[in-house]
Design a protein around this ligand. Structure first.
Ligand code: UDP
Length: 493
């Protein structure tokens, strides 16, 4: 730790979804290694997900604590305990949509309790999620500068800004006609089908209003903290800063702050499989022989698609670990999403994890040679860090942009071929396409090349966070800048 820097107190306020909470806590931990005191703001039902990690940080001498604010689920019409996106994103799309609207309504009501907390504790800085656009103004009321955390990388941040600025999707005549994203380095083509619904809509909804405010809040904020590393996407890091004029610091991959088995095992939720059993299973496999299939913490599929995935995996002939978000209890014990006799046939060859997998541990195991991913940014970074090439199967959010980075810019993956952005519940891909894509990343010369490229990037990722590395240095610069800014604002008081 650097004792020359006077201690700062930074509050982190992640959006209540695992893809936002996990990297935010990792980031807070990294700030802690620079002598910064950190507090994580969350709600009662989310607190148990964080308390063990915080305890372990404290044991290592990192000053971190939890600040709990009440979640207004009653006022928003949500069921008790429904405080995390993963508590309502099931395969029933209409129900999920209704819940997500209520959930965003509830998060907007967190402004008052946040302000109450800031008034009482007066931290030096607030790092708040992009989904809390009002946080910039809230923090400003107490003279506290706010940093924004988007949870994604430079490539998709730039894509989002360029699309909003130039609106190329408004010049095409059909949903499937490709257009180039103007300004964005690399001649990147997308279609309207691949864009988030709200980008295309001319109607003003609560969500589109929120995204507009979020954009303005970012420009008024102290800057943006990005979970990425320079060497992964240098053209886009430069473009974001130098051309789009954003103040941004890259500090990732933040997952690499988890060095031991216990830390890696306990990211997010309690795993639905004993981690040691899972490692034992992987230990029995040859290097690079297993494909890992997981669609993150939100995306879901209906039974027909799960059945197709099962058959595609079986046809690929590869050993696999497949994470299925459907719990046994959701399906009232009737697993109509598995082909008949499937589990017997794949006994020893495939492992199905129903619920939550210890993803970081699995990806880092030498027997894992590829992954099928929905292109959530954390999963991509974790795959890169572990040197694992990818089959890309984007579903929603900015995942179609991330797919372009993986398949066309970095050339470390192949697309399964989905063309259509869908909210929460993935579109349909046939078993043959799954089988083919899995084989493309697992066997043959092209797979070998993709694996070498991914492994080289993984090495760069590790160097980036070590002393003198790009992310290490950028985090130091950020902490220094925060200290200077705090000290100069104290002097002018
Ligand atoms: N994750 C995990 N086990 C699971 C599912 C997800 O550990 O069974 C973790 C994964 O390692 C990543 C995060 O949850 O850190 C998911 O974030 P991502 O951006 O990939 O997707 P999202 O869930 O936001 O769609």
């Amino acid at each position: 730790m650097d004792s020359e820097i006077p201690q700062l107190h930074v509050f982190f306020f992640p959006f209540m979804a695992h893809g936002h909470m996990i990297p935010t806590v990792d980031m807070a931990k990294l700030f802690g290694t620079r002598g910064v005191k950190t507090s994580i703001i969350t709600t009662p039902a989310n607190a148990p997900l964080l308390s063990k990690t915080i305890q372990r940080c404290n044991d290592l001498g990192i000053e971190m604590d939890l600040k709990i604010i009440k979640f207004p689920y009653v006022e928003a019409g949500l069921p008790e305990g429904c405080e995390n996106v993963d508590s309502f994103t099931n395969s029933d799309k209409s129900k999920s949509l209704e819940m997500i609207i209520k959930f965003f309504k509830a998060t907007a009501m967190l402004q008052e309790p946040l302000e109450q907390l800031l008034r009482e504790c007066r931290p030096d800085f607030l790092v708040a999620d992009m989904f809390f656009p009002w946080a910039t103004d809230s923090a400003a009321k107490f003279g506290i500068p706010r940093l924004v955390f988007h949870g994604t990388g430079f490539f998709s941040l730039c894509t989002t800004v360029c699309l909003a600025m130039y609106e190329p999707h408004k010049q095409v005549s059909s949903e499937s006609e490709p257009f180039v994203v103007p300004g964005l380095p690399g001649d990147i083509k997308l279609t309207r089908n691949q864009l988030p619904e709200l980008m295309k809509s001319n109607d003003e909804t609560d969500f589109t209003k929120m995204m507009k405010v979020s954009k303005e809040a970012e420009l008024k904020s102290f800057g943006v903290v990005v979970n990425s590393f320079y060497e992964l996407e240098p053209a886009y890091a430069n473009y974001y800063r130098d051309v789009l004029g954003r103040r941004a610091w890259h500090v990732g991959p933040v997952s690499l702050c988890n060095r031991n088995f216990e830390d890696k095992a306990s990211r997010g939720k309690q795993a639905s499989i004993d981690e040691n059993e899972c490692m034992k299973w992987l230990n029995s496999k040859k290097p690079n022989s297993v494909i890992y299939i997981c669609f993150g913490s939100i995306a879901n599929f209906n039974s027909d698609q799960l059945m197709e995935i099962a058959m595609g995996l079986e046809a690929s002939g590869k050993d696999f670990i497949w994470v299925v978000r459907k719990d046994k209890k959701d399906e009232d014990e009737n697993e109509d999403w598995l082909p008949e006799g499937f589990e017997k046939r794949i006994d020893g060859k495939g492992l199905i994890i129903r619920g939550w997998a210890p993803q970081m541990l699995i990806l880092e195991h030498e027997s894992v040679g590829g992954m099928v991913t929905h292109c959530g940014w954390n999963s991509i970074l974790e795959g890169v860090t572990a040197g694992v090439p990818m089959v890309t199967w984007p579903v929603a959010a900015e995942q179609f942009y991330n797919e372009k980075l993986v398949t066309e810019v970095l050339k470390i993956g192949v697309s399964v071929g989905v063309q259509q952005w869908v909210l929460l519940v993935g579109g349909f891909v046939k078993r043959d396409a799954i089988e083919k894509a899995v084989n493309k990343v697992m066997v043959g010369d092209r797979a070998g090349e993709m694996r070498s490229r991914t492994k080289a990037l993984g090495e760069m990722a590790r160097r980036a966070i070590e002393k003198e590395g790009s992310s290490y240095s950028d985090l130091n610069s950020l902490v220094e800048e925060l200290s200077l800014s705090r000290d100069s604002s104290k002097q002018t008081m």
